[in-house]
Design a protein around this ligand. Sequence first.
Ligand code: NAI
Ligand code: MG
Length: 397
Amino acid sequence: MKRTIVTLPGDGIGRTVLDAAVKVLNAAGFDAEYIEGDIGWEFWRKEGNPLPDRTINLLNEHKIALFGAITSKPKEEAANELSDDLKDKGLVYSSPIVNLRQHFNLDICLRPCRSYEGNPLNFIRRGANGDIEEPMVNVAIFRQNTEGLYGGVEWSNPNDKVYDGLMTHPKFVKNFSQAPRADLSISTRIFTKRATERILLAAFEYARQYGYKSVTLAEKPNVIRETSGMMYKMAKELQREHFSEIELWNTNIDAQMMWLTKNPENYGVIVAGNMFGDIVSDGFAGLIGGLGFACSAQYNPDNGISVFEPTHGSAPKYETFKPSIVNPIAMIESACMMLDHISENDLAKKIRNAIAKVIKEGKVRTYDMLKLKGSPDVFNHGAASTDEMADAIIANL
Ligand code: NAI
Ligand code: MG
């Protein structure tokens, strides 16, 4: 069946890596039609909206999207770059990828981190007898994608209603009521049962489907008693009632960040709220090669809408490099996640095997894999271009 996939290249290197991924998908035999959707800085400047309604409609219609990256800038800077006829209309910039997540309630974010054998960026450590050990990392991080500290319920100099509400809490009275109200900045961390259950369920089901023996909750229930505490309680119930063959481990996020550099091979599926999930997934990504390798999926099981994207941004400083130097693997891996999502598992496996061969062989490496500083000069030091990496993967399909 021919699929229709929405491509959202966005800004900077977004288009470069997305083109490379589509090239690999085509070469692997994925039968699809690609429809490009408008998103990003150009549409902010020209239309005052970085996520036009026509893009929302495209996603409503076709459900599955590959997303490159967007550029975000602070409010004032963004307003200054609007075209003249849009200036002074009071338009306020907000990130289109964050808006896309909110609009479609893409509340499940999955970020797998798996080491490739032979990747020079793999985490290594010294073992008990002094040998260098290179533990293979294979984790899948589930991050709640819409609530918590990134939910946007925030105030500086809170209004009367908010302030009076806070004054009903004894800890607020004790710790914060001395400060002038104008000096207060407040960001809330709100969890709902519904969203918490959805992310926990997604994590446990994934563990079951892919044979992971443990699910680790990386929160802080001993201190953040309400939100983290609720999540831990729900995780325990879910495990006991429906997933008794899978172990539930409970770690504190701070300790987890230490453990992941000591024994990352011990972990399987990790689940956390929005911010801790963001942090712990970047931590694990660092062990498997960093931004050039970190892929992600965001989806909503109810409406079937899913967006697959590398976790890196638009790296504007490399946008104009010809040929491009950036590593397309994170984007190509994100495309593999899309294939898995639509039950094209054999195709995903075929592409991942080709990536594995290229990395193991070690002949074709982008600048980041050679630990070079990004510059147009990297080719003189043996680095492959974005296209050369994509072509090497294609040659190994
Ligand atoms: P970034 O991820 O774009 O770049 C950070 C550094 O990582 C780059 O300088 C580069 O050295 C390296 N890098 C990134 N992608 C790479 C790749 N594929 N291969 C090799 N090296 C790579 O983050 P930065 O510089 O903080 O932000 C740039 C812009 O991207 C900002 O406007 C930011 O708001 C936006 N951004 C967008 C995201 C998204 O679209 N989901 C996520 C993160 C940042
Ligand atoms: Mg992050």
